[in-house]
Write a protein that binds this ligand. Structure first.
Ligand SMILES: Cc1cc2nc3c(=O)[nH]c(=O)nc-3n(C[C@H](O)[C@H](O)[C@H](O)COP(=O)(O)OP(=O)(O)OC[C@H]3O[C@@H](n4cnc5c(N)ncnc54)[C@H](O)[C@@H]3O)c2cc1C
Length: 352
């Protein structure tokens, strides 16, 4: 008989669970209902009571590790906390969000308790047995895995894309009426000596956050924005303004082709708000948005493979023979993206 533990962690407030954690709670609840298995939720937070309240109506026994040590991500304390939660729950199946915080500790936790782990899980199926779905080779092959090893840890991909069910993943658990005075069982952790103190974050200077995983639209900028245009000139400043105006008006997330972000290293004209974090594709990210619009991008396979989980794809390219027109997009506008985006911004009233 399986028993299920969902491991969760708080966000930067230290009290509320992350969206990814709540999505994993939904996955755990669904799996427990299907298998008729007992469900426990383990919480790692600075203050666990707020998090407990959020998941109180999930029908699970709540276990919590809390304290100042767990306010921020750190391998030693997070791994010890997750191990202690598992030892208290002794579950056969452990689900955890594939967040950066848990992704870096969970393989160690599985090893410490003699278990197995699979990552990037997009769906969990099976009625008698547990079956985990994930993609391989940069989303080119989808596989369904079953294991006899227990405990089996599954890191569940985050993000929702209702338009494309194969992306899997789950709605965040919303619960019913908020409960007060929820009792979570406090779990003691034996912490090893802490060699790392988190003193703060340093991030590259960016004028604004352009990567928005929850946006309805992914807007991709390709290298064409910085290439010579029909008048024989490059128009990088104009390109930057058109793109930023569109992002401001639409709330879209900004993706890029590899060629465009690579240009920075080659000393060519680049859009200053783009980094390699924006890169979509085989050696970039695989974002999950219901819709995508590619502009000035050729739509080559190593780029388009990053669009696996984009529901509806459109592209604006000058080249009628580009990859998008060869079956990679639902709609292709063979047109000048400078003109198209200027018109779109005008219609949205977002030209600055
Ligand atoms: C191992 C490997 C891994 C790779 N990984 C990735 C990856 O992760 N992500 C990725 O993106 N690429 C990746 N690539 C590179 C990929 O193959 C392409 O080279 C890259 O995607 C091309 O970028 P692009 O389409 O922006 O540029 P280009 O190929 O230069 O295309 C620019 C396009 O813009 C169009 N254009 C120009 N001006 C306008 C205008 N005014 N209006 C409309 N259209 C215009 C042109 O017609 C052209 O089609 C990888 C390659 C390899 C070998």
């Amino acid at each position: 008989m399986e028993s299920i533990l969902v491991l969760t962690h708080a966000d930067e407030t230290g009290t509320a669970l992350t969206k990814a954690s709540l999505e994993t709670v939904t996955a755990g609840k669904e799996l427990a209902a299907r298998l008729g298995a007992e469900l426990r939720i383990g919480i790692v937070a600075k203050h666990a009571s707020g998090a407990s309240t959020q998941v109180a109506s999930a029908g699970a026994k709540l276990l919590a590790v809390q304290g100042e040590r767990y306010a921020q991500a750190r391998f030693a304390s997070d791994a010890a906390a997750c191990e202690a939660l598992w030892r208290a729950a002794q579950a056969t199946i452990v689900l955890a969000p594939h967040s950066s915080r848990f992704a870096r500790v969970m393989a160690a936790v599985a090893y410490r308790v003699g278990g197995a782990i699979d990552t990037h899980v997009t769906a969990i199926g099976g009625t008698e047995d547990v079956e985990a779905t994930r993609w391989f080779y940069r989303q080119r092959i989808e596989a369904v895995l079953a294991r006899t090893a227990r405990p089996w840890f599954l890191l569940v991909e985050t993000g929702i894309n209702a338009a494309f069910a194969a992306a899997g993943t789950h709605e965040p658990f919303a619960g019913e009426a908020p409960h007060s005075n929820v009792d979570e069982v406090a779990i003691a952790v034996e912490l090893p000596p802490m060699r790392t103190e988190v003193t703060g974050f340093r991030a590259p200077q960016q004028s604004q956050q352009t990567i928005r995983p929850d946006a309805k639209l992914l807007f991709v900028a390709g290298a064409g924005w910085t290439k010579k245009q029909p008048d024989g000139q490059v128009h990088v400043e104009e390109a930057g303004k058109l793109i930023l105006d569109f992002l401001a008006g639409s709330g879209a997330s900004l993706g890029s082709s590899k060629s465009l972000v690579d240009q920075g290293g080659e000393g060519q004209s680049v859009l200053p708000f783009l980094t390699h974090l924006n890169q979509v594709g085989q050696t970039g990210s695989t974002p999950r948005h219901p819709k995508g619009l590619a502009t000035c991008c050729h739509g080559e396979e190593p780029h388009v493979v990053g669009w696996r989980f984009i529901g509806e794809r459109r592209a604006v390219s000058l080249d009628p023979n580009c990859g998008w027109t060869r079956g990679k997009a639902d709609v292709v506008y063979v047109a000048d993206a400078f003109k198209v985006m200027a018109k779109v911004n005008e219609l949205m009233g977002s030209e600055g």
